[in-house]
Structure formats: C-alpha cells, structure tokens
Design a protein around this ligand. Structure first.
Ligand code: B12
Ligand code: SF4
Ligand code: SF4
Length: 358
C-alpha cells in the first residue's frame, strides 16, 4: 500500500527520544543553527513527540526516494562534473522537481487514511519537515538506515537520496529494529565538504553549510565563504555525492521529482537574467520558490563572482547587468563578484570548484 504511494520503506519508532535531547541542546548552544530561529523556538518539544501531539504513542516513519526517474547509473560522477563547469548553476538534486513537502504531505495523509480503513479510526498527524520533529533520529531508530558522518540517514540498499516523513499515531505499535552503522573508517563526506561544515562525525555547523547559506540564511553571505560555494546556487549535494553507499541510491517511482526545464545544466547568466515574474513562474510548486527572487539573485551573483575568478567569459558582463538592482543585498553581492580579480588561467586556485575525491 505504501509502495503504491511512492514510499519505499515504512518503519515504526517509539517516542522516547530522551537520549537525543542533550545533542540537540548542545547543537543549539553552540549556535550551529545560525539564523534558523525555528530550530531553537521549540526547545525540547522537538525531541518529545507526545508533547507536540498529546496522546502520541508511536511514530510511523516513511522513506521516499527522490532521484529523478531519468537519473543515469553514473549520476555521482555526472554531478561532480558540474562543479568543474563554473559558468553552470547547480541546483541540488532534491530541488529540481516538485516541492517534496507537497508530495509527501498529501501521500502521508492518504497512507494514514488507508491504514484506518484496515485497523479502524485512530488519532494521527502527518509531518515532513513541517514541524519540530527529529526526523532523522526517528528514522534511524525505526530501521530506515543509520546516521552517516554527514548527519543524514543512509542505508546499504538505498544510500541517502531520500526524504523522510512521519505519522504520529495514538496507537502503541511494536517498534522496528534499527540497522547497524556502516561508515566504518570512511570520512569521504567530511573530507569533500567545501566549507568544512562537518566539524566532526555527525556534528554539522549549519552556518558553514552551503545548503544553509543558499536556502535558509536570510541576509548577506559571509564573504569568506563565498569563494568556497563555487557554482552551487541552491542546496548542496557534495557530502552525498562522495558517499560510497550512494551507488545504491534508488530512483523515485514518481514523476514529481523529475528535473524541470532550467533547473539542471543551465548557464548562470541565463538564471541571473530571470525577472521576478519568470522566477515565480518557473518555480511554481518547487521548493526554490520559498527563497524568493532576491535571495535567488544573491546566490547566483556569488556563483557568477566565482566564475569571474575562474576566468569564465561573459560572467563579468552578466553580473554588471544587475549592478543597479533595487535590492541592496543583490547590489552588494554583485559588487563583490565584480571586485574579484580575473584569473584567465582557469579554475586553478578557485577553492570549492570541481572538487572530486580521487
Ligand atoms: C535544519 C535542517 C537542515 C539544516 C541543518 C542540517 C543538520 N544536519 O542539522 C541545513 C539547512 C544545513 C540542512 C541541509 C540539508 N538537509 Co536538512 N533538515 C533540517 C531539519 C529541518 C532539522 C534537522 C535537525 O533536527 N537538526 C538539528 C541537529 C541537532 O540534529 P542532528 O544533526 O541530527 O544532531 C544529532 C546528533 O548528531 C547530535 N549532535 C549534533 N550536533 C552536536 C553537537 C554536539 C556538541 C553534541 C554533543 C552532539 C551533537 O545530537 C543530535 C541529536 O541526536 C530536517 C527535518 C526535520 N524536521 O528533522 C531536514 C533534513 C535533515 N534535511 C534533509 C536534507 C535532504 C538536506 C540536504 C541534503 C538538502 C540539500 N541537498 O541541500 C542538506 C544536507 C546537509 C547535511 N549534511 O546535513 C532531509 C534528510 C533526509 C535523510 N536522508 O536523512 C531531512 C530529514 C528533511 C526531510 N524531511 O527529508 N538541513
Ligand atoms: S551539504 Fe555541502 S556544504 Fe553542507 S555539509 Fe554537505 S558538503 Fe558540506
Ligand atoms: S561518506 Fe563515508 S563517512 Fe560519510 S556517510 Fe558515507 S560512508 Fe559514512
């Protein structure tokens, strides 16, 4: 029943997450959440399902794979190669199709309805990245995979290219068994991270993570991190591209995550030329829409600045077209990009561009 809805695995977790609470509190205390104030706002409720939804006795967890249906077998190499093309903009794989919040939410609700048809009515609430829920922790406890050193959940048969969703239920169900971890001595994700955001195994300083900087961070991107962002303009996949277990990542069975035109393989100059109307039209129903046109231009300006540094023809002209943009945020990032010295010799010396493990 879950498979028909696009889910690949279902698990059951108990609701005692008390052993995860100190880690969450330490993460917040260190300020690793940056400007994601919603992470601090709910305090310990994030780790206490029955406080979020009174009466919760178990959590049904669900995995939904998101690699687009047309993904080639050597997709990790294909994606790494984009990093070596500084005038191309990289949108991370999860964001090239329809917004997963929309896809998962409605399908989790349908799943809950179908379970109710079998077992009778029960109290439930479905979530996917939409409430203070420790999703990865619940998933790991319920056998969806182990926590990688990059903090994501990964599995030997599914890699980590999947979303998570949960249904909090008022029935006490027998929990699924957790799987054993298989990172061993590998540190590929830590080593490849362009900004050093994985400060230790399973410790992510979000303030340095390109996913945070391009999606969640509201204002100016710290200047020292801009050169490290390369041509990543929305999210980042590097720690997952480097992971050997992602050879086994599964493609989605749904058309929803197929890449939309313009979101894979497009030139930065073309993406920078999108008017606000065009941005809204092209990102309708996509997670990218949430950041708005101003942050989109901010991100693309950084990538164009890095293309200038790499000596890419046309990058300087593209940036200059927005020199007088009404937003001070955009103007400042454009000025930063234009201030970059030309490096006609190519990408040599440009940190964050084309990194690929040997
Ligand atoms: C905030 C957030 C982010 C932040 C911070 C990420 C993070 N690792 O915390 C940013 C914006 C950087 C981010 C990026 C991404 N995200 Co995100 N994100 C979330 C969100 C909303 C909350 C995660 C969270 O609770 N973080 C808080 C910290 C404390 O949790 P933690 O890392 O698990 O920490 C535990 C331990 O490691 C330890 N610990 C951590 N730090 C420290 C420090 C000290 C000192 C100590 C002692 C202990 C300790 O304690 C914690 C509790 O056990 C979840 C959805 C959800 N509601 O859960 C999605 C989620 C984790 N993200 C997801 C995805 C897909 C991504 C990206 C891949 C997107 C992209 N391509 O750009 C990247 C990957 C970056 C990465 N390596 O994590 C998926 C992951 C699916 C999976 N397979 O695991 C989720 C589950 C969303 C979903 N519904 O599918 N994300
Ligand atoms: S998503 Fe990118 S920047 Fe963030 S931890 Fe992974 S490799 Fe580093
Ligand atoms: S890259 Fe290596 S250390 Fe990182 S999650 Fe994958 S197996 Fe674990």
């Amino acid at each position: 029943m879950a498979r028909e809805l696009g889910f690949s695995q279902i698990g059951i977790a108990g609701i005692d997450l008390s052993s995860a609470e100190p880690g969450l509190m330490q993460w917040l205390a260190q300020g690793f959440h940056g400007e994601m104030h919603y992470m601090a706002a709910h305090g310990t409720r994030r780790a206490r399902p029955a406080e979020l939804v009174p009466g919760t006795a178990s959590v049904i967890t669900a995995r939904m794979d998101y690699l687009p249906r047309a993904t080639p077998a050597d997709w990790q190499a294909v994606e790494f190669d984009r990093l070596a093309r500084p005038s191309e903009g990289i949108v991370s794989l999860y964001a090239r199709g329809r917004d997963y919040h929309k896809v998962l939410r409605s399908r989790l609700a349908t799943l809950a309805g179908r379970i109710a048809e079998e077992v009778g009515a029960f109290g439930h609430r479905a979530f996917t990245d939409s409430a203070p829920v420790l999703e990865a922790e619940l998933a790991a406890r319920s056998g969806q995979g182990w926590r990688g050193k990059h903090t994501l959940v990964l599995d030997r048969e599914a890699g980590s290219m999947f979303f998570l969703g949960e249904i909090y239920v008022d029935m006490a169900l027998p929990p699924s068994e957790a799987v054993t971890p298989h990172c061993g001595r590998c540190t590929a994700c830590i080593d490849v991270c362009p900004t050093g955001a994985i400060v230790a195994p399973q410790r992510l300083d979000a303030r340095r993570c390109i996913s945070y900087l391009t999606i969640e961070h509201p204002g100016a991107i710290p200047a020292e991190l801009r050169p490290l962002m390369g041509n990543r303009i929305y999210g980042c996949d590097d720690c997952q591209l480097a992971c050997p277990w992602n050879k086994f990542a599964q493609k989605s069975t749904l058309p929803d995550f197929d890449a939309r035109e313009g979101l894979a393989g497009s030139a930065l100059a073309a993406l920078f030329a999108w008017t606000e109307d065009e941005f809204l039209r092209r990102t309708e129903g996509s997670p990218i829409r949430r950041i708005g046109h101003e942050r989109w231009l901010r991100n693309v300006a950084v990538a164009l600045g890095n293309a200038v540094r790499a000596g890419e023809p046309g990058a300087r002209e593209a940036l200059a077209s927005r020199r007088e943009h009404p937003s001070a945020l955009v103007r400042e990032h454009v000025a930063w990009g234009l201030g970059a010295p030309d490096h006609p010799s190519g990408v040599a010396g440009v940190a964050g561009a084309g990194q690929r493990p040997a």
